[in-house]
Design a protein around this ligand. Structure first.
Ligand SMILES: Cc1cc2nc3c(=O)[nH]c(=O)nc-3n(C[C@H](O)[C@H](O)[C@H](O)COP(=O)(O)OP(=O)(O)OC[C@H]3O[C@@H](n4cnc5c(N)ncnc54)[C@H](O)[C@@H]3O)c2cc1C
Length: 302
């Protein structure tokens, strides 16, 4: 049986939505195809009457920086992000997370929109978008609107969007300014299977003295069915000196607050709990150092 019967390449959002409407839920948006085509081939997604390839729609692959705000189209690829000097300098955690997605082939076609629409709580792009407090532009039930990144998730693999009817258009988040820094790290099995054991993104704002943490956003995952921010750990950091003692205390709060499960694909809960400690101790100091010095040299993986 064919996995799909028709393949459309619309050149406008309106045309894409018109095709989805015509197929009444029996068509599916495809971007890079790195998740969807495998899902169709492995039977994780039933065959569809049509695929609607949105990668020919002009403007959906642009990255702009205006008034200290980044706007990214949904079709921006991981490689586009890694290679963008402003994103590397001012949204460093996102460049670092996109830099470890799959291998070069996957990064060249896999999109940030697909990473979020696929709705896995461990999506590397997702983890950093949460730390960057991103907003997402969507058309849902025919209504164009902005939603917070955390509101995009309903459960593992379950998005707010029905990608047989709705479309994710792009993202918006603040570019880092003086006194701010961010970083991303993840723990993988050495053989590099697509599932991370745990990932962690940090965004931090230092006070004018550059010695105190004025604000922080963390995302550690997957530790729940949807991406989450550990608010108690964040609270333990805010207003505290940006030093090792504070990080030690924050790690102990995080170990109480976050409860990863045993997963046969990832690791035991005990090991993953230990990796919370390792990840926070690696990622927090890096983000703080970047906020202090204003120098961000992303670590981009293989
Ligand atoms: C070998 C391999 C390694 C990988 N490694 C990683 C990894 O390390 N980290 C990681 O996070 N991911 C990884 N992935 C998963 C995948 O590459 C990423 O999630 C990628 O960003 C998906 O984007 P895509 O454009 O290929 O999505 P697609 O496969 O085209 O689409 C994914 C889903 O999103 C929907 N969709 C796509 N775009 C839109 C849109 N604009 N509006 C509405 N719905 C949309 C589709 O209908 C589909 O349901 C890996 C995949 C492979 C094959």
């Amino acid at each position: 049986m064919a996995l799909w019967n028709r393949y459309f390449t619309p050149t406008s959002v309106d045309d894409a939505l018109a095709i989805l409407t015509e197929y009444a839920g029996d068509a599916k948006i495809v971007a890079g195809g790195t998740d969807l085509i495998l899902d169709l081939q492995h039977g994780n997604h039933p065959p569809v009457a049509a695929l609607v390839d949105i990668t020919r729609i002009p403007g959906m692959d642009t990255i702009t920086l205006n008034d200290n705000t980044f706007t990214l189209g949904a079709n921006v690829t991981h490689a586009n992000i890694v290679n963008h000097p402003d994103l590397r300098a001012r949204a460093t955690c996102l460049a670092e997370s996109c830099g470890v997605v799959g291998g070069p082939q996957v990064r060249n076609v896999g999109t940030l929109g697909g990473n979020v629409a696929h709705a896995l709580p461990a999506g590397d792009g997702t983890t950093s978008l949460v730390a960057l407090d991103a907003r997402v532009e969507i058309i849902k039930d025919g209504v164009r609107q902005w939603v917070h990144i955390l509101d995009m998730y309903r459960g593992p693999g379950q998005s707010l969007l029905d990608s047989g009817r709705d479309i994710l258009l792009g993202f918006e988040f603040a570019a880092g300014v003086e006194g701010q820094g961010s970083a991303f790290n993840r723990i993988m099995r050495p053989q590099g299977v697509a599932l991370p054991i745990l990932g962690c993104a940090v965004w931090v704002q230092l006070a004018d003295d550059r010695k105190t943490i004025a604000d922080v956003r963390l995302c550690v995952g997957p530790v729940a069915k949807t991406p989450t921010r550990p608010r108690e750990t964040e609270a333990a950091l805010i207003g505290s000196p940006a030093n090792d003692g504070t990080i030690r205390r924050a790690v102990s709060v995080a170990l109480d607050e976050l409860h990863p499960r045993t997963s046969k694909y990832r690791a035991t809960k005990e090991y993953r709990q230990m990796m919370i400690d390792v990840l926070l101790r690696r990622t927090l100091p890096k983000a703080i150092e970047r906020a202090k010095t204003g120098v961000a040299v992303p670590e981009l993986g293989a």
